[in-house]
Structures are given as C-alpha cells and as structure tokens.
Design a protein around this ligand. Structure first.
Ligand SMILES: NC(=O)c1ccc[n+]([C@@H]2O[C@H](COP(=O)([O-])OP(=O)(O)OC[C@H]3O[C@@H](n4cnc5c(N)ncnc54)[C@H](O)[C@@H]3O)[C@@H](O)[C@H]2O)c1
Length: 322
C-alpha cells in the first residue's frame, strides 16, 4: 500500500486532514500520522508514530519504503507560543522541516506538501485587499511574528532547492487563518493566551448576549474552512504535476457585519443577540486570497460558503471530536 504521512497530525488541522484523506484516498493508500503527541480522536482513525522531527534518531521509526507523500504541517506558530522563544522557529521550521524533506527524498517519496503562513503578505491587504501568490513579502521585521515568517519562507525556499536538485514533486501552501472547530478556543497573542475573537462572538450568540461589532464593519476577510483546505491538499496529493505554490482561501471576502450576523443566526437560539456598533475599536485584518493557481492547476473548488462553514462548525461542536 502507498503510504501518506501527515506530520503534525495531532494539531488543529491534522485530524480533519487525516479524516478527509481516509474518506477520499481509497484502498490503495495507508494514511499514517506523525507527531510528538497523540490526539485521542486521530489515534482511533489512523496509526500515529510518535517522534520529534528535530531528532535524527527518531527518523528510524518511520517507514523506509512505499512512502508516496509526506505532508509537513508541524511548523510552530506564534499563536501557540508561550512567551517568546524564536529559536524554536529556527530549529523546527528550518532544520526540522529540512530533515522531513530529506527523509522524503531518502525513501523515494513521490511528493512533499508543505504548509506555511501568509504572515509574509498579510499587511498588503491594507492597500490591495486581494493577495496573490506572487506578491513579494512585506512584513515588520521588528514584530514577534517576524522570525516565524522568515523561517517558514526559508523552508519554502529550501523545498524549492529539494525539488530542483532531486526532482521530487513539491507543493507549498500559503495559509491565512483556517476556520475550524476545536475544543481549544484560545490562541496566544504576544506569548499570552487570549480567547479567539470569533469564539467570543460564538459564545455570545449561544448565550443570546450582546455582540460588539468592532471598527469598520464593511472590511472583508476570506473565511476559509478546514474542509476546503483538506480538498486542496488532497488534490495536490493526487495531481499529475511536478510542483506548485498555492494560496489557500475561497477567493471571496465576507464583510465583518455579515460574519457576525452569520454567527448570530447559526449559533444563536431564541434569544437573539443585540449588535452593538463600536466604530472606535480596532479594525480586524482585511484580505481576500487569490486562488486562481489552485483552481487552474489542481481543480480546486471551494465547497463551503460562509454559512455552510458555520453550520458545519456547529455540527463539529456538537460532535466534540477535535
Ligand atoms: N491553523 C491555522 O490557521 C494556520 C494558519 C497559518 C499557517 N498555519 C500552518 O499550518 C501548519 C499546521 O497548523 P496547525 O494549526 O494544525 O498547527 P498546530 O500547532 O495545531 O499543530 C502542529 C503539530 O505539530 C506538532 N509538533 C510541533 N513540533 C514538533 C516536532 N518538533 N516534532 C513533531 N511534531 C511536532 C505539535 O505537537 C502539533 O500537534 C503549521 O505549519 C502552521 O504554521 C496554520
């Protein structure tokens, strides 16, 4: 059987990806997870190999034949970091990722998929709204996200070297925030945990409490659902191409007011939340991902409208799997 290895399988996105691949790959493929920790739901679906990608010795735990694809989703993020320890980004995003790529080459894998953030171009959204695959990086080198951004871009470039030198197929994805349901409603800002804004709004909608609408409510954001990201990764795993670089997204911007009304209507009960407009509070980021390369080269077609996504998140919340 051809093996597909998902590194970082116990993270936010890993379980969804494992499930999608199990549902779509068919009987010729075995899906195997790799992580430092086990996720109880994921472990029921697939085998997880416990290892640290920074530890050379641990690579002996991995299969050495019949590996078809290696998917690297390990990259540590500022939203998960407590305090500020940028050496973790250098070690894991650069050295650790290269070790994963090198393993894939060694075992003659057909292809490597790598997930990185759009933090390198997010700021461009303020002036151009639509973010393109070939936009040059534009970010603040003094920000706590900078080392993360630089190291993920280094890994992307290293993957290109690996592709050019060894002729292995490679696919890199640039991710904005990926919406999904997870039992953890927090992320870290400047190294300290904070409840995510959309989870505050969801909890207020469920309770029927007032919801604040911050800043300019017409600002648009591309709200992409994890299950559409899974579709893109799956298509890149099966496509007959040598390489690719793709923006993850829907190509559609949802204005803030529509985002909040959607949450209020999908998660709310009989007591409908009142909306309180706070134009003087800070604006949310704005951006739309240009997905034309993924559409043309992979046949990617986003399936989840914004409201479909919220409905599905509500179901996942009830299931409580992740
Ligand atoms: N979730 C998002 O919205 C988002 C946005 C932009 C970019 N990304 C990128 O996508 C990838 C996956 O995101 P996620 O949200 O699932 O991340 P996550 O932090 O939830 O998951 C990462 C997983 O990698 C594992 N891991 C960390 N260091 C490891 C090591 N040294 N060896 C083995 N395993 C290790 C962790 O245990 C964790 O389960 C990351 O590279 C991230 O930078 C995610």
């Amino acid at each position: 059987m051809k093996k597909i290895l998902i590194f970082g399988v116990a993270g936010n996105m890993g379980g969804y990806l494992a499930e999608y691949f199990l549902q779509h790959c068919g009987p010729d493929f075995e899906i195997i997870g790799v992580d430092r920790i086990e996720h109880p739901t994921v472990s029921k679906m697939i085998k997880t190999i416990i290892m640290d990608i920074n530890n050379e010795e641990d690579y002996k735990k991995l299969p050495d034949k019949d590996v078809y694809a290696v998917i690297d989703m390990v990259g540590p993020m500022p939203s998960k970091m407590i305090g500020y320890n940028p050496i973790v980004y250098v070690n894991t995003n650069v050295l650790g990722s290269y070790k994963v790529f090198d393993y894939a080459v060694r075992v003659n894998a057909d292809r490597i998929l790598y997930a990185k953030s759009f933090a390198d171009i997010l700021r461009r959204g303020e002036t151009q709204l639509v973010l393109h695959v070939d936009d040059e990086p534009d970010f603040d080198y003094g920000d706590q996200h900078a080392v993360y951004t630089v190291t993920q871009n280094a890994a992307k470039d290293l993957l290109r070297c690996v592709h050019e030198y060894y002729k292995i197929k490679t696919f890199t994805f640039r991710l904005p925030h990926i919406y999904l349901w997870n039992s953890d409603d927090k992320y870290n800002v400047d190294g300290a945990p904070r409840k995510m804004m959309h989870r505050i709004i969801i909890d207020n909608a469920i309770a029927g409490d007032p919801i604040e609408v911050w800043g300019d409510y017409t600002r648009q954001k591309d709200m992409v659902y994890i299950k559409d990201l899974c579709q893109m990764f799956y298509k890149a795993s099966m496509v007959d191409r040598e390489t690719g670089y793709y923006n993850v997204g829907t190509g559609i911007g949802i204005p803030l007011l529509e985002q909040i009304e959607g949450i209020r209507d999908v998660f709310g009960t009989t007591r409908k939340s009142e909306l309180i407009f706070c134009p003087d509070k800070p604006n949310a980021p704005r951006y739309i991902m240009d997905i034309k390369e993924a559409v043309e080269e992979l046949g990617y077609e986003p399936k989840y409208s914004y409201l479909d996504m919220l409905e599905d998140m509500r179901k996942e919340r009830e299931l409580g799997r992740f």
